[in-house]
Each structure stands twice: as structure tokens, then as C-alpha cells.
Design a protein around this ligand. Sequence first.
Ligand code: ADP
Ligand code: 5GP
Length: 217
Amino acid sequence: METRLSDRGKGRLVVISAPSGTGKSTVCRIIGSREPDVALSVSYTTRKPRGRERDGIEYHFIDDATFDRMIAEGKFLEWAEVHTQRYGSGREETEKLIFAGQDVLFDIDVQGGRQIGQAIEAAVLIFLLPPSIDELVCRLSKRNTESESEIRRRLKVAVWELEQGQSYDYHVINDDLDDAVEAVEQIRKEIRKDPAKRGEMLDSLIRQARERFDETV
Ligand code: ADP
Ligand code: 5GP
């Protein structure tokens, strides 16, 4: 399956990862809604729907037993436990879209990104960066979808996620939303950005995040 995806697929796999609250769902939704040759991968998850989320649209909401069965049957291209719940990307759906010529955007965490990057050489891994740690805290709080303690937990995980982001192919700062969408689109169309500057930015954010949220360091 992996070989077929990389060697013969017509569309590309584009992974977008970022610490929770950076804006990856927002960026993916905009690109998915305006680019006819892009499809969003609808993940499977064991977490419960939030707010207005609908089954089959934002996620396929499934129970633990179904998730276990899908793992055993090899139905996932990748899967991971993220923020205490399990999430996975469907293998068959991806294959169908790629062979139909669609680029598939994956809004997934860094563990999933690593699995896809290792399995499929042609996949493009893009890491979104918040413009600052203060702004990340602000976005996560304003979104109003997690409790205070869950927000704190996600911010601690952000330290590790930023570190993992170093291995991604590209880094895009999500400061102005339109610019970030444009940058991801340029990468998708294979125009390379200045990697040196992004690296410096990531190092500085990791330092700031460590100081603020990771008391163990
Ligand atoms: P993620 O999917 O990475 O967890 P979301 O897409 O849910 O993040 O975005 C988190 C919050 O930040 C949302 O309220 C969203 O509207 C807001 N947001 C996203 N991108 C920007 C941006 N460039 N500037 C300001 N707010 C943003
Ligand atoms: P949320 O519960 O806030 O929608 O998502 C939590 C985290 O799970 C986000 O980082 C999101 O990118 C990640 N995620 C969503 N779907 C998948 C998936 O299929 N695989 C992996 N590995 N992570 C996912």
C-alpha cells in the first residue's frame, strides 16, 4: 500500500501538524473549501464530538472496540494516542483520493506525521508555528473548547511537539492567516521557502515554551 501510494499515486499526501491552538484545522479547512484538487482526510477518533461536530464530517466518531478492530485489520495509514484519545487516518479512503488525483491534507499530530513520513517518501510534512507562545496561549483559550486544565496539559505537550517539528520538511508561521494559507499552498505547489529562518524561529519558540510550561527542563 505504501509503495503504491508513493510510486503510482497521482495526488500528494500533505501533512499539517502543529501544537494544539496554532490554527492547523483553520488553515486546512480554508484550503479544503477553496481548492477543488484538495481533499481533507477525515480521521477516526475515540473522542466524543464537541459542539457542532458531525459524524463523518469533522471526524468519524467510533468507540474503543471499533478502533481496536480497525488497527487489527490494518485499516489505518497511521494512528496515535493524542491528548488521551486515539486518532487514525483511514488507509482505503486515502488511497481512493490519491488515485483519483486529489491531494490529501492531513490535520494530524507529530506522531502520525512521523509515521506517514517514514512510510511514504513522497509525502510532504509541513509544521505550522504560532507567531509567539503568548499568542498560542491566547488562541487556545479564546477557542473555548477545552477546560483550563486541558489547556494547561496541551501547552505542556506543545514543548515536545515543537521539538518534533524540527524534523518536518517545511515550517510555516501562522501569524496572518491569509499568508499562512498562501505559504502552505505554495509548498503544496512545490515552491520552497527559506528554511534557515524557520529553523531559527523554531529554536526560539522551543526555548520560550520550555521556560513557560515544562518545569522538568
Ligand atoms: P488547531 O487546529 O491547531 O488546534 P484551530 O484551527 O482550532 O487550531 O485554531 C485555534 C484558534 O485560533 C481558533 O479560534 C482559530 O479561529 C484561531 N486562529 C487560527 N489561525 C489564526 C490566525 N492566523 N490569527 C488569529 N487567530 C487564528
Ligand atoms: P482535536 O481533538 O483537538 O480535534 O485533535 C487533537 C489532536 O489530534 C490534533 O493535534 C489533531 O491534529 C490530532 N489528530 C486528528 N486526527 C488525527 C489522526 O488521524 N491521526 C493523528 N496521529 N492525529 C490526529
